[in-house]
Design a protein. Structure first.
Length: 74
């Protein structure tokens, strides 16, 4: 069974897509959705036994930002 979905795209992107009417844009979108879902499943599988917490991610993110600011001062 297939479900219909409506997508909004910016005007400039739509114009670019119109130049390639030979493509089935619904197939392109479906393939992109399938790829993203596979990536998410892979990530879920990779992280399901992880002890890495959201607090760990926050701490590492702040540390990275601090180091980047040191390397690229305004």
């Amino acid at each position: 069974m297939l479900v219909n979905m409506t997508l909004s795209v910016p005007d400039d992107l739509y114009r670019e897509m119109s130049f390639h009417s030979e493509l089935k844009w619904s197939d392109v979108a479906r393939q992109a959705f399938e790829k993203k879902v596979r990536e998410l499943h892979w990530m879920d599988d990779a992280l399901k036994n992880s002890r890495f917490t959201e607090d760990d991610a926050e701490r590492i993110g702040h540390s990275l930002k601090k180091e980047i600011r040191k390397r690229f001062p305004k």
